[in-house]
Design a protein around this ligand. Sequence first.
Ligand code: NAD
Length: 488
Amino acid sequence: MRQALNYIDGKWCGEGTKKNRNSPLTGQPFSAAVYASVADVNLAVIAARRAQASWAALPIGQRCEYVTGLATALRKRYGAAGEETELKRIIREEVGKPLPEADIEVLETGDFIEYFARIAPDVLSEEKPELNRELWPTKTSTIVHEPYGVVAIVKPWNYPLEMIGWALPPALLAGNTVVIKPSEKSPITALTYAEAAAEAGLPSGVLNIVLGDGSVGRELIAHPGVDYVSFTGSRAVGKEIAQTCAPIFRPCSLELSGNDVALVLEDADPSWVSHGLVWGAFCNAGQVCVGIKRVFVPAKYLEVYKTEIGKLVDGLVIGRDVGPIVDESQLNTFMKTLQRLRSEGAEFFRGGNRLDRPGLFVEPTVAVVKRGSLVHQEEVFGPLLPISTYEQVDEIIKDIASADYALGASVWTPNLDRGTEIARKLDVGMVWINDVNVAFAEAPWPARRQSGMGFSLSKDSIRAYTRPKHISVDTDISKPRFWWYPYK
Ligand code: NAD
């Protein structure tokens, strides 16, 4: 079994309650993690606070070198595409990802970190806005982007390396120090960052990792020494964090659950589009915030799509293409959802059963569901592709606008003008045309409504870890200003 210790102030800390976890892939014991105590969380925040001023005082070029060192450490662990390195094996066994999914996660994370380090000097440089010279002939303004201080990074398990990798580099580059609380389902993957920090020679206290479940996350977020919270996870936990932060005006970014629509237009090619729909629904066994969770096809083509999708699903190899559900509790929730769908009258035409083999595998499931089905209201985390039909595209645009979740959506059509026109009308944070679930370092990953506030990625995400300060200088000290007393 792999041992997971807390990483505080540059040291591995091994005291405390241990929690064991089985691999969802093999069903065998996988890890034993030492959960952080209240005292550990306190020590981690104190260490981050102590290290912050000197970290922020480093020239930006030096912080970039340290952060690039993190990317280099990940690159070493990438190997080649399709090669099962130690890190990819950990991701596979810890959360159950098929190898190509572990592959892309490691590769992408390294790339994104390098991107942030490349652009940070420019993004964080001071600005001198041009003032109205007629009004302010003797004044100058300087805007500086200062770090918050100590950032709490609390992240989910479903992209165990990447979710941390979207928040950590911008936070550090901006001059913050961090305390990371990874998911209790993926501590071993997350500790790669502690190893990488040691390899890159990051000063002690700049990057700390405390392990544990929601209670450790709750302790960290409420800690008086935390200045900013970067959270990704479920809507329910996001709400609780918002409630903790609001009364003390602690800024937070909350990137939450989704229930994304795939809107297939009449002119789409069913055999091509079905490949995208099947991948979008079953990648990471459907446990993806922007996975396809509601498919709408033109009513007259329903049978064609059922046939095409059915053929592709029949060709999926469990384990190779579709991984397991992350834990027993999530699997039970998923099976109950399928049961509720059956009672609702959904027509299951593929899957629907747990598989009798080691690991937590469920058949990839495809069902025709009515508009307004329970799966159109709730986020389902599991391998389900629910298909519904429509007559008019505008009905679906309205459905999307009235749903609680508003993370992403995809539109499938060879008519790119029409696709773009629809994308502009959709009230969500992101729209992919003829693809789904692709992240770019250069473009933001934003959400709307109950899918959260704040965003990751893009140059603006570095600024999000800073507070602007305005310094206004007046060079005229020869006479009182005309707007000072006495009034005439
Ligand atoms: P989760 O909300 O259960 O847990 C997320 C993290 O919060 C974990 O580290 C957990 O230990 C911690 N946590 C739990 N309770 C807490 C509390 N009360 N206070 C502080 N921290 C607490 O989510 P999960 O099951 O790990 O991840 C799946 C969810 O994340 C899905 O809803 C998915 O859509 C969402 N997600 C969203 C995005 C996005 O970009 N919007 C990306 C990935 C995942």
